[in-house]
Design a protein around this ligand. Structure first.
Ligand SMILES: Cc1cc2nc3c(=O)[nH]c(=O)nc-3n(C[C@H](O)[C@H](O)[C@H](O)COP(=O)(O)O)c2cc1C
Length: 407
């Protein structure tokens, strides 16, 4: 009998997604110094499109040149980038693959050395270790809020024009939208802060502006199930926000959780009982399902075909979202379909030196190097030493921050 993972599914607008594999966003860091997509993007996404995923979401693309998350992010803010986007979209949509551009503004989660200033709902810096990585933010003004909302719409319009089949609003992981949602980071006294209706207004307005500028287009949202921080965004609030997004007509909600302060999205600090279910946010998705009927994707932790099949059969989720496995086996959906792979085994990327392991996102550095290898036509190096990735990452990012500042 064929696996449920290969059943197609139609979204409410009638688009048929060929299977249940959803490649979650992974920031590639492969743009050129002008923050345009490069050959490495075209090649990487061609690999993923050929690899069998139903939906492929890009790494986060920034909506404003002045607001990068990391060096070498792609920026989409004017039609000068269209020729590059067209090539990216052409390769990424081969074999009927859905290619959705993830749109993001980092807010205060913008690395030091990459931006000149950081804005946030309130002028609250990250405390402790996280604070060392990022600039102290200033409060975004109401006029700037409107400009950022307009920019999300403009970037989505350009993505549609270039041939992407959808966009995903990054509302998770502690970036600007997630900062607005969280009472820990949003302590505004105006219409954009306060109770949850006011804190989610920014996300809702971003969604509406994208709809206004794109019309009939696929628009998804990546949402945290919670921040897992004191006085942060809660599960109850996340359910409420998802209910409102459904009323607005969103096409798909992807569930994740955490931020740089507590990176639960990649499995850190996740309870052992939760890990037994393989995916970290399945329990939450089940709760969400009681009131929300829009197609769902749960991302984080899926590794085995059996675990993914259980999640779909139990109806907790419609799509299985995976990121890191796609960096090691870009074609793992095809391999699973051919019964050549039952499970992707990944080991934590740590040096065993607490001060480094707790402060540097080694996991991301290591996987980004693999993305670069695929993009440059090299083979994946699954046994690449973590210490080497650490030094390569330091060298590369140091050099890139220097170039970025000069560009
Ligand atoms: C190298 C790397 C880059 C990532 N970049 C993004 C990103 O740009 N946007 C996003 O929403 N999530 C990003 N993530 C998080 C993943 O989308 C996903 O939520 C997380 O890795 C858990 O899924 P997994 O266990 O299948 O890897 C990134 C993860 C990695 C490893």
């Amino acid at each position: 009998m064929e696996s449920v993972l290969f059943n197609d599914m139609s979204l409410s607008n009638g688009t048929i997604i060929k299977n249940r594999f959803f490649k979650g966003a992974m920031s590639e860091g492969l743009a050129n110094v002008n923050n345009e997509p490069t050959e490495a993007h075209y090649h990487l996404y061609e690999n993923w499109a050929k690899g069998g995923a139903g939906i492929v979401v890009t790494g986060h693309v920034m909506i404003d040149q002045r607001a990068l998350g990391e060096p070498r992010n792609v920026v989409v803010e004017s039609d000068a980038v269209l020729p590059h986007l067209e090539k990216w979209a052409e390769n990424g949509t081969l074999h009927g693959t859905q290619l959705w551009m993830q749109l993001n503004h980092p807010g205060k989660q913008a690395m030091k050395g990459v931006v000149k200033e950081a804005i946030a709902p309130s002028a609250i810096p990250f405390p402790g270790r996280t604070g060392r990585l990022f600039l102290e933010p200033r409060e975004i003004t109401p006029t700037e809020i409107k400009e950022v909302i307009q920019r999300f719409g403009n970037s989505a319009k350009l993505a549609k024009q270039a041939g992407f089949t959808g966009v995903q609003i990054h509302g998770a992981h502690g970036y600007l939208i997630s900062q607005f949602l969280s009472p820990r980071h949003n302590q505004r006294k105006d219409e954009w802060g306060g109770e949850i209706d006011a804190r989610m207004k920014f996300l809702i307005e971003v969604y509406r502006e994208i709809r206004r500028q794109t019309g009939n287009f696929q628009v998804g949202v990546k949402l945290n199930s919670a921040d897992f921080m004191k006085a942060g965004f809660t599960e109850e609030e996340a359910i409420y926000v998802a209910e409102q997004l459904e009323k607005e007509g969103v096409d798909l909600i992807e569930i994740s959780g955490g931020s740089f302060e507590n990176p639960t999205m990649t499995g850190q600090n996740v309870k052992e009982s939760t890990k037994k279910r393989e995916a970290y946010f399945l329990d939450f998705a089940e709760k969400l399902r009681e009131t929300v009927h829009v197609p769902l994707c749960v991302t984080g932790g899926f590794r085995s075909k059996a675990g993914m099949e259980n999640a779909i059969t139990s109806k907790a989720t419609d799509f299985v979202g995976l990121a890191r496995p796609f960096a090691i086996y870009p074609d793992f959906p095809n391999l699973m379909e051919a019964n050549q792979l039952e499970e992707v085994i990944l080991h934590p990327k740590k040096l065993g030196i607490k001060s480094i392991d707790n402060q540097i996102p080694l996991d991301s550095l290591w996987y980004m190097l693999q993305l670069e290898r695929i993009g440059r036509g090299k083979t994946v190096r699954a046994n690449h030493p973590v210490w080497l990735a650490f030094f390569e990452g330091l060298f590369k990012h140091g050099k890139e921050m220097f170039q970025q500042q000069r560009a």
